[in-house]
Design a binder for this molecule. Structure first.
Ligand SMILES: [Ca+2]
Ligand SMILES: [Ca+2]
Length: 566
């Protein structure tokens, strides 16, 4: 029995002993077969299949295999200990955490975007900013603000060529530094500040202001004191003058701090100062009432020419696009103010005022319809005067019903005596456009020409029928749309005075019809505007009773043809 027992592989050993004993499997021929059988059995288990599938997926996605280097198969439980679990991460100290497919896609996109940003370079960033903003960005970058515009603009934004460059409204940092340095250098180092004389050197030398700005601006800054301190000057420069356009600086200096536009009142202190200082206006000090009228006329002329909207609110754009600052600087340089034809000529004021005074027979400083009808020997039609008093071209500002004030008359006179300007065309076009459809059609023109016809009949003049006149006017204007004349058509044709005079100014219409070609050529060669020619002639006429005026009239008798104005 012992032999038989001794033949048993584990014969003579207890269970524990057999566990501890190293078994030599080579001594059992069928052991391999049994192991294969057991392996196949293990493979058939559901849990084993899940384990193997999970391992294959890990290999395919380059994830580290848990338990490696041990080749021992792990239980499904061990495998399912998620790679993202803390324990798993701890076990994979030197490997990046496995990425989910979703995370991988997002990261891939992020990488692609990152590369595009680099390809686009700075062009993909926000548009060039003002120096001050760039300065702030250098101090503290704000990634959220930086990245948002890039995403909104898209990757091809840098490929779109620049087609609009806004006009700079802020001076460069280097220019600002230079101007501030110049300002500080112009201030005495140890004094209490700058007095009026020293301030003038700064205002004209550094800021390019006209001389007659000095006192008004100085008094605003000094606030009752005798000097302006460095701090006040620097603050004023920082808040008012940091603009590259000199006209914009003057605009800021003239305007009231609480408004964004210039009103007529804003100009009053500056024009007052001009009258006090300018050598060509010293004689006016003896007649303060005319000083006031001169100032009123200058401001009205400025607004007539510059404030194209005609609303009494001059914008920065209107001033920058005008010659106002240039003319103001010209007044500084020209002791004879009558040579400054734009806005400031005293002779022009004299003519405007006297023309008004001639019509204002009761001298209440207001004109009635009948007063205006007498203008230049009743040359205007009733119908066009009716339109003016009805406020069609511009609402009357006299404050009295059916009465034209002095400012209203200035607008009328400037428009009447130079009908080719943009402002005059606007003025008369609104008068003639009876139905307000922004077009002059045959009914609009017939309404006014009918009265001209009647007056020609009364004067036994040769009649030109409306049909013929309509053809002539259409040929003259060449409107884009037949029988619908627009403001644009009239401004383009250069024949506005003739067009308007035909319809409502009989004397000028007839004068044009009977015009001497020689005189016309002479006028074209004298380099004067229609207004300047009119003002010169009227000034001589009005002063003809004075000896000097008579002499000048004699001198010019052979040069000017006054028949047009009589
Ligand atoms: Ca009156
Ligand atoms: Ca119309």
């Amino acid at each position: 029995m012992l032999d038989s027992n001794s033949k048993r592989p584990f014969g003579g050993l207890d269970r524990e002993s057999r566990k501890m004993q190293r078994v030599d499997l080579e001594g059992f021929a069928h052991s391999k077969v049994k192991l294969n059988e057991l392996f196949l059995h293990w493979l058939s288990l559901q849990s084993s299949q899940e384990l193997i599938t999970g391992l294959l997926n890990d290999v395919a996605e380059a994830r580290p295999l848990p338990g490696i280097p041990s080749a021992c198969p792990q239980s499904p439980t061990a495998n399912s200990s998620s790679p993202t679990s803390p324990r798993s991460m701890q076990g994979a100290n030197y490997s990046p955490p496995p990425r989910s497919p979703k995370n991988f896609r997002n990261n891939a996109n992020r990488t692609a975007d990152h590369e595009l940003m680099h390809l686009g370079g700075d062009a993909l960033r926000s548009p060039p900013l003002s120096p001050s903003v760039l300065h702030n960005r250098n101090i503290a970058r704000q990634p959220l603000i930086d990245s948002q515009p890039e995403e909104k603009r898209g990757r091809y934004a840098n490929a779109i060529p620049t087609f609009f460059t806004p006009k700079a409204t802020v001076i460069s940092a280097s220019q600002a530094d230079m101007e501030l340095l110049q300002l500080r250098q112009a201030i005495p180092p140890h004094g209490p500040g700058v007095d009026l004389a020293s301030f003038g050197a700064i205002a004209q030398g550094l800021w390019r202001f006209p001389k007659f700005f000095n006192k008004t601006i100085f008094e605003r800054l000094a606030q009752g004191g005798d000097v302006v301190t460095e701090a006040q000057l620097v603050q004023y420069w920082q808040t008012i003058l940091q603009h590259p356009d000199p006209s914009a600086r003057a605009f800021n200096a003239i305007k009231s701090p609480d408004r964004n536009v210039l009103t007529k009142e804003d100009f009053v202190p500056f024009v007052d100062e001009l009258m006090k200082e300018h050598p060509g206006l010293q004689f006016l000090k003896e007649t303060p009432e005319f000083q006031e009228r001169y100032g009123e006329t200058v401001v009205a002329r400025i607004f007539y020419s510059v404030n194209l909207h005609g609303n009494g609110k001059m914008t920065l754009s209107e001033m920058v696009n005008s010659n106002l600052l240039e003319t103001m600087l010209g007044v500084d340089q020209q002791p004879d103010i009558n040579l400054v034809n734009d806005y400031f000529s005293y002779e022009h004021f004299y003519v405007i005022y006297c023309k008004f005074w001639e019509l204002d027979t009761d001298h209440d400083f207001l004109l009635s319809r009948d007063d205006l009808l007498r203008y230049t020997n009743h040359s205007l039609t009733y119908r066009v005067v009716e339109r003016i008093f009805g406020g069609a071209p511009r609402a009357l500002t006299s404050g009295v019903e059916d009465r034209m004030g002095y400012e209203d008359f200035i607008w009328f006179l400037l428009s009447e005596e130079e009908k080719g300007t943009s402002q005059a065309i606007d003025y008369w076009f609104r008068c003639l456009d009876m139905d307000g459809d922004t077009k002059l059609s045959p009914p609009d023109m017939l309404h006014f020409y009918t009265e001209q016809l009647h007056r020609m009949e009364c004067m036994s003049q040769e009649i030109v029928s409306f049909e013929d006149i309509l053809c002539q006017l259409t040929d003259m204007i060449c409107p884009e749309v037949q029988a619908e004349i627009t403001i644009k058509d009239i401004k383009a044709c250069q024949m506005a005075p003739c067009f308007f005079n035909t319809l409502f100014n009989l004397n000028k219409f007839l004068a044009f019809e009977q015009r001497d070609p020689f005189t016309a050529r002479q006028e074209q060669a004298d380099d004067m505007t229609e207004w300047e020619r009119f003002a010169r002639h009227e000034y001589l006429r009005l002063t003809a009773d004075e000896e000097e005026g008579e002499d000048l009239m004699d001198d010019l008798d052979g040069e000017l043809d006054y028949s047009l104005y009589k």
